[in-house]
Design a protein around this ligand. Structure first.
Ligand code: NAP
Length: 280
């Protein structure tokens, strides 16, 4: 039986073991998947211990995504662009890293929610690790423009500069803008990549950002209609979604990269929604 794990701190709340167990049952893969509480300051040691104990790969969550990128001996294009990784695959002592958050978001938006990103005006709120991971995949999905806004404005500019460096062809479509300066600019999709919802808060979006037919997407999950989604509905967003689908889709991409088999995400997402009491 091949061993996998998710490492983070804290980790008890992680749904990844349930999701991967469901994928394994569905596809007949003989794997185990455990939670590992990574010691702060001891991430590398915990990864090497798991690898030398026969582990085949790991998912990585807060606060180790940067450390996961740094420990790897090779990295995918999307991990290089994000300078952060949530996926590790071991081959002997070689460690390959990837970032499946962005493709997870894109797959949830396009396949599960049926919202076509090509040609849309997209707004990404936040400039932390989660935002870093999704910029390149959103550009690859064909958004016409991608505006990044963050409470701490300099971080949005730094993120634009970082991605423009990794993907020079993106320069014309990507820009950073201060939150108050968004007033009156309409977007087809607004993605909240801040952790504000965890504290029952919303980013300070000005009125008038939701175009007719627009989608509001909050990466936070398991919190019902977050203040960001409540604000979006009041401001005229046509559709709203939390980030549970992204969680399941990024896991499916990880499973595929490890096992070469793509699991069906819909039934797993439905079960999770029921467990967390989220509307379908
Ligand atoms: P992070 O690196 O700590 O970044 C936090 C971001 O949130 C920063 O941009 C920060 O702005 C902003 N922020 C925090 N509180 C805010 C508030 N009250 N108002 C406005 N902005 C606020 O965290 P992260 O890794 O990017 O994760 C962000 C969220 O995405 C987390 O809630 C995480 O659970 C979620 N996430 C979900 C998935 C999924 O699969 N659904 C995957 C990855 C992440 P400043 O720069 O101004 O501090």
């Amino acid at each position: 039986m091949d061993r996998y794990a998710v490492i983070g701190n804290p980790i008890a709340h992680s749904k990844s073991p349930e999701i991967h167990a469901a994928f394994a049952r569905q596809t007949g893969q003989d794997i185990s998947y455990e939670r590992i509480l990574g010691p702060i300051g001891g991430f590398d040691g915990a990864v090497m211990q798991f690898l030398r104990g026969g582990g085949k790969g790991m998912n990585v969550t807060l606060p180790f995504k940067l450390a996961a990128f740094e420990i790897a001996s090779s990295a995918s294009e999307r991990a290089i662009a994000a300078r952060a990784a949530n996926f590790l695959r071991f081959d002997g002592e070689e460690i390959h890293c990837d970032n499946t958050d962005g493709i997870g978001l894109v797959n949830d938006i396009e396949q599960a929610l049926g919202f076509v990103l090509t040609g849309t005006r997209a707004l990404l709120v936040g400039a932390g690790g989660a935002a870093q991971g999704v910029v390149l995949p959103l550009l690859h999905a064909g958004v016409a423009t991608l505006t990044i806004s963050n409470r701490t404005e300099e971080k949005a500019h730094a993120l634009v500069a970082m991605i423009a460096h990794a993907a020079p062809d993106a320069k014309q479509r990507l820009q950073a803008r201060a939150l108050p300066k968004l007033a009156g600019t309409r977007f087809d999709i607004v993605i909240n990549a801040t952790s504000s919802g965890l504290n029952n808060e919303a980013p300070a979006l000005p009125p008038g950002v939701y175009a007719p037919g627009s989608l509001a997407y909050d990466m936070v999950y398991g919190k019902g209609a977050t203040p960001f989604l409540q604000h979006a509905m009041a401001q005229g967003a046509a559709r709203c979604s939390g980030g549970l689908g992204m969680l399941v889709e990024q896991a499916a991409e990880s499973f595929f990269l490890w096992r070469g088999v793509r699991p069906e995400t819909k039934p797993v997402l439905q079960t999770l929604r029921q467990q967390l009491g989220e509307p379908g």
